[in-house]
Structures are given as C-alpha cells and as structure tokens.
Design a protein around this ligand. Structure first.
Ligand code: SAM
Length: 282
C-alpha cells in the first residue's frame, strides 16, 4: 500500500488553491489559520517547519475545516475562537463573532467613565464588551444581558476563562427589563440591520450568524427604539448611553435621541459612523 506523505507546505498550497476556487476571501490567511487550528500550533511554527509531515489525523482535521470554510462557515466558528480587546474569546454559532469595530464602543465608554460605577452591557453575545470593562475597570459593577440563553452560556464561559465570573452579573432578559437602577453607563451593540437590507448583508453573516443578533425589524432601529426609553429610565441624570450603529441608521438614532444632551457620533477607522453617545438629561 502506498502511504501518501503530505508536507505542511504542500498542504497549505493545496488549501489555498481550494479556497481560491471556492471564492473564499483572503485564501492564504484562511489557509494558514485553519492549518494552525488543525495542528494546534502558532504561525511561527508553520513558517519554521515547512517540511513537517502531517499525521493522518491532522490531515483529516485540516480537510474537514477547509470544507466547512469553503461552504462559507466563518473561520471563527470553525476554530471556536476570536480575539477581542486583547483576549481570546470562545465563539460558537450561538453568538455574533465580535468585530474589531466594536472596540470603538469600549474606547468611548472608557473615555467617559472613571474606574468605578455601574455599567450595563445590553445584548452581550459572547460577552466581549462586558469582559473588556471587567479587564479595564476593576472597581466597576458590571451587568450584562441577553435574550438568548445559548449566548449567555458562551458569555459566562468567556467570563470564567478570565476569572471574571464574580465581576459580571449576567441576566437573561429582554433589553434592560428587571435591572435595578441607577446606572452610570448603558452600552449596547444591538442588532441594527434592517430586514429590508438583507440582500446587502454578506452571505456568511446572513447564513451563519444568529439572526436575532443581526436583524432588527424592517428598518434596523426596532431594538434601539425600545432600548432608548428604557435606558432613560435606568440611567442616573448625567449618565451615558453608548450605542454601536451603522451609517444607514445613524440619522434615525439621532432623531430617537431628541431631548438627550451632548449627542455625538464617533466614526470608525474607515470613517463610517460607528458609535453614538448621548447623555441623559437631568
Ligand atoms: C449585534 S449582537 C452583539 C453581541 C456582542 N455584544 C458583540 O458586540 O459582539 C446583539 C446581541 O443582542 C442580543 N439581543 C437581541 N435582541 C435582544 C433583546 N431584546 N434583549 C436582549 N438581548 C437581545 C442578541 O442575542 C445578540 O447576542
């Protein structure tokens, strides 16, 4: 019987060809990432050992991961990991994959808030935002809500991974329902894509990320429109509401914040309106 010996560099080259043929964006990056996952190694190892032979198990694992990626499954759902705010977080299809743009939300809050205070993260998903505050604000009281029990399970696992179990109080609830006021900060990256724009959303997002994490009514502002009055009721006078938005809904969100103080829009690195912050009037 002939035993096929496949070296790491050949495997990677074949993978890049397969991913390219299947129109996966950034095929080299994806090929490397999934190879690191299949081998349980880092990038430096890949480059240091191009002639290393893959075991049958490793080759099978790589094959399976490539086939998932080729049908559009995001790499993070295959590897089960995504980095956010310098932390390695667990992700599954129960949660939205944390995006780098969401770090602007964290930065905005950190610029407003001293080390103490009560903060609520609404729609916590993987828990990424709440975990960033647990890391940066050691004296803050942090609450995190989600309507999805499956998402909260992942958020709790991520909190445990960084020994933040006692720093974050998780609540399964609709937005802020049942939380005790007053809060200094209410922050949310809510679902904000309109069902009417569905065909403009990347196929990978549409097919594989949780619908309830992405879409919010026909126009995209349904959840935010319900959240604003709830936040107004629970924030202390002078407290801040900080929301992630898109360029599509930013003007509507400004309108919904009529009567709030110091409403400001913060753009991301691509100059797209990304965060809206507003201060509750006295
Ligand atoms: C866009 S994702 C954000 C997840 C995470 N905070 C992040 O930034 O990656 C929105 C989250 O809001 C949750 N969600 C949707 N509707 C909700 C509601 N009515 N009450 C609480 N959470 C809700 C979804 O389950 C999802 O986890």
């Amino acid at each position: 019987m002939v035993k096929w010996i496949v070296q790491l560099k050949q495997s990677l080259a074949a993978a890049i060809a397969t991913l390219t043929a299947n129109k996966v964006p950034s095929p080299r990056l994806n090929g490397e990432l999934l190879l690191m996952f299949a081998l349980g190694c880092d990038r430096a190892y890949l480059f240091a050992h191009p002639e290393r032979e893959l075991t049958n198990d490793e080759a099978a694992r790589y094959e399976a991961a490539l086939s998932e990626r080729s049908r559009g499954v995001p790499a993070q759902y295959i590897t089960g990991h995504q980095e956010f705010w310098g932390m390695d977080l667990i992700v599954t299809p129960a949660v939205l994959i944390p995006r780098p743009e969401t770090e602007h939300l964290v930065e905005t809050v950190l610029a407003l808030q001293g080390p103490k205070g009560r903060i609520a993260d609404v729609g916590t998903g993987s828990g990424c935002i709440a975990l960033a505050f647990a890391k940066e604000l050691p004296q803050a009281e942090i609450h995190a809500t989600d309507i999805s029990p499956a998402a909260l399970e992942i958020a709790r696992a991520n909190a445990a991974r960084y020994q933040f179990e006692t720093r974050i109080q998780f609540h399964q609830t609709d937005l802020l329902h049942g939380l005790r006021p007053p809060f200094d900060i209410i922050v949310s990256n809510p679902p904000y894509v309109g069902e009417s724009e569905e065909d403009q959303v990347q196929l990978e997002v549409r097919k594989f990320e949780p619908r309830s994490a992405v879409f919010s009514g026909l126009g995209g502002t349904e959840v935010i429109a319900r959240l604003i009055p709830q936040a107004q009721a629970l924030l202390r006078p002078g407290g801040w509401l900080v929301l992630e938005v898109s360029g599509t809904i930013v003007d509507q969100v400004r309108d919904l914040l009529a009567g709030w103080n110091d409403v400001r829009v913060i753009r991301d690195l691509q100059s797209i309106p990304r965060v809206v912050r507003a201060q509750r009037p006295a």
